[in-house]
Design a binder for this molecule. Structure first.
Ligand code: SF4
Length: 363
């Protein structure tokens, strides 16, 4: 296996080779791990709830339609260009969708700016989330921090972390780097954003997005295998489904206490004008994996965010026609999982990252 180091970072397909101990790469992150927020999160897929979400700072994709630029690039203003250039874009995170948040208990102190966090600190945070009733540990935009997260998970597991660990990423991953997480991650939850390289180049500056995502998803599946569900061991688990998200779920999946223990849960956000691309992705998933062995979370909540001056085609919500076409193909191909109501999201449903904090209420 390749020897990964922050001295010449190749943790993702950007393959910058940047020395992150003295500078940054495309993701604009140095060597000090930073956490934008950690919270008990009720806005993820029902089979992960309540999620002990840890939102990491930084992103290796920078999608122009990003909803969460405050966490992906808290040091920057929206609309800038990074050291590594790339296509015209605004700032983004791997986690493209606004997540509905229904509040959590007040869990700790607030900090306005993300501070550096050590591996031991991060391990303690995971254990704190477990103690507070999380059913899963939800690592949001973990890609630039694989080395530190691996260290933290190793420590936390030795100290009693037993919850399923969810790798919640943008899908633009290095399959080889993912091997670092083998045995530490239980559930992979990648976005699968684009089939077309034209679209991935235009909106995320990554012409090779689909090819890299294909390799990554195969590696994820190799590690975790077919989906497995089980009862949650979390003390705080068990809000009724309708209180949790704008998502619907088929019978037998994600119902109360059915927590995903292992597997691949692929998210796809349908974008305006790209439903044919989405349909091709549904075919790809069904052709590549036995459909019943993975889960699909189909998201309809795209909301225009920022000026999008150079991307007028993205300045609208998706239509019922577009969403129905994708839904229909997913159903035809036997892809089970979650289907979001088309009116599920508004910008008011985004987690508020402006107050920062490692364990804060977001009510
Ligand atoms: S994680 Fe960041 S620095 Fe490392 S290769 Fe990816 S974009 Fe470049």
């Amino acid at each position: 296996m390749q020897n990964f180091t922050l001295k010449a970072c190749r943790l993702c397909p950007r393959d910058c080779g940047a020395d992150r101990t003295s500078g940054t790469g495309y993701c604009a992150q140095g060597a000090s791990l930073r956490v934008a927020k950690a919270m008990i999160h009720q806005g993820e897929e029902p089979c992960l709830l309540p999620a002990g979400a840890v939102f990491f700072v930084g992103c290796n994709l920078r999608c122009v339609f990003c909803q969460n630029y405050e966490i992906s690039h808290p040091d920057s203003k929206r609309g800038g260009e990074g050291e590594y250039g790339g296509p015209s874009r605004e700032f983004c995170s791997e986690h493209t969708e606004p997540s509905p948040v229904h509040g959590s208990g007040e869990l700790g102190s607030e900090h306005r700016e993300p501070s550096p966090v050590s591996g031991a600190d991060l391990a303690a945070l995971f254990l704190k989330l477990q103690e507070e009733g999380a059913a899963t540990i939800d690592l949001v935009t973990p890609t630039p921090w694989l080395l530190q997260i691996r260290e933290a998970l190793t420590i936390a597991k030795k100290q009693g972390l037993h919850l399923p660990v969810v790798f919640n990423c943008g899908g633009y991953e290095s399959a080889e780097a993912l091997r670092l997480m083998e045995g530490l991650v239980d559930v992979y939850m990648p976005d699968l954003k684009y089939f077309s390289s034209e679209a991935s180049l235009k909106y995320s500056g990554a012409a090779d997005y689909f090819d890299r995502a294909d390799e990554a998803l195969r590696e994820m599946y190799r590690q975790v295998g077919p989906v497995q569900f089980g009862k949650s061991s979390a003390a705080g688990q068990g809000k009724p489904k309708e209180e949790r998200t704008g998502q619907d779920s088929p019978a037998g999946i994600g119902q109360r206490q059915d927590i995903m223990q292992k597997g691949l849960l692929v998210r796809h956000l349908v974008l305006p004008g790209l439903y044919k691309d989405s349909v091709r992705l549904m075919d790809y998933l069904a052709d590549t994996f036995e459909p019943e062995t993975i889960r699909l979370s189909l998201l309809a909540q795209y909301t225009p965010f920022g000026s999008l001056e150079r991307f007028p085609e993205l300045r609208r919500r998706i239509t019922s026609f577009e969403y129905e076409k994708v839904l229909q193909r997913a159903d035809e191909r036997g892809l089970e999982g979650y289907r979001q109501f088309r009116n599920a999201a508004t910008m008011a449903m985004r987690p508020d990252f402006t107050n920062g904090g490692l364990m804060t209420s977001v009510r």
